[in-house]
Write a protein that binds this ligand. Structure first.
Ligand SMILES: CC(C)(COP(=O)(O)OP(=O)(O)OC[C@H]1O[C@@H](n2cnc3c(N)ncnc32)[C@H](O)[C@@H]1O)[C@@H](O)C(=O)NCCC(=O)NCCS
Ligand SMILES: Nc1ncnc2c1ncn2[C@@H]1O[C@H](COP(=O)(O)OP(=O)(O)OP(=O)(O)O)[C@@H](O)[C@H]1O
Length: 197
């Protein structure tokens, strides 16, 4: 039996870093943000539909994220329209991956897990978290977003407390060492459930 673990958390909380730890521990990992990158790349499945609605957002056959961020900042309806194109394609990608897996534990790294209802397809959910101050510091340190763009994205996500309350496991990502310990603990607990089943 394959155990499906959803991994979620708000922007910059440490999902990708934590997903990497699950991969290093031998779990198969599917990454929603990486799926979006494939969809937006030259020849990607979302390019034509995005170009039809937002011609300025496509350059040299690929979706230009800087242009998209600017459009989203100017007009709050853009993100919704974009989600309507992108989310069904992401879901398809996820289902194809899931159907072809036989690992003991498969981790689905999905920023908008609860917002899109994907938690219903998971056997359990782990949420990554740090303080809002550290979250902001980490996102702004990446240098890809202004503070306003970060605040606008965060405001569109389910509040962190609610995500944590709805999850089976909460992983704090203050230090790498401690987060890795928690990842191993989650894996042990899941293996315990699998051997009881
Ligand atoms: C807004 C965009 C252009 C920003 O691109 P950028 O490269 O700067 O950031 P990146 O994609 O790495 O996203 C950073 C984080 O923003 C958050 N975020 C992204 N999209 C959304 C959204 N639709 N609603 C709320 N938060 C979002 C997530 O926490 C994500 O991990 C891009 O995220 C996008 O095209 N989003 C729409 C598609 C989508 O919903 N993706 C989310 C995963 S399915
Ligand atoms: N356990 C940890 N200890 C120390 N730093 C961490 C830890 N986890 C993540 N970080 C740092 O926090 C930042 C954000 O982490 P990461 O990119 O994994 O977050 P994310 O949730 O995937 O972000 P996004 O939602 O924007 O895609 C990175 O600079 C990363 O190095």
């Amino acid at each position: 039996m394959t155990f499906k673990l959803g991994l979620t958390g708000s922007i910059g909380m440490g999902k990708s870093t934590t997903a990497q730890m699950f991969a290093e521990a031998g779990c198969a990992v599917w990454d929603a943000d990486a799926a979006v990158h494939r969809l937006y790349a030259k020849g990607g499945v979302a390019v034509a539909a995005i170009e039809a609605q937002f011609p300025d957002a496509v350059t040299d056959g690929a979706v230009d994220r800087t242009a998209l961020r600017a459009l989203i900042s100017e007009d709050p309806t853009v993100l919704k329209a974009l989600e309507q194109i992108v989310h069904p394609l992401v879901r398809e990608d996820r289902e194809t991956f899931a159907a072809n897996q036989d690992s003991e534990i498969v981790v689905f790294d999905i920023p908008l897990l609860f917002e899109t209802g994907a938690e219903k397809e998971m056997d359990a959910v782990a949420c990554v978290t740090v303080s809002p101050e550290l979250q902001e510091k980490r996102v702004l340190q990446r240098g890809t977003m202004t503070k306003d763009q970060f605040l606008a994205i965060r405001a569109k996500q389910m509040p962190n407390d609610e995500k944590c309350a709805r999850s089976d496991f909460v992983i704090t990502t203050e230090t790498l060492e401690d987060a890795r310990r928690q990842v191993h603990d989650v894996i042990e607990q899941i293996r315990g459930k699998l051997s009881d089943a």
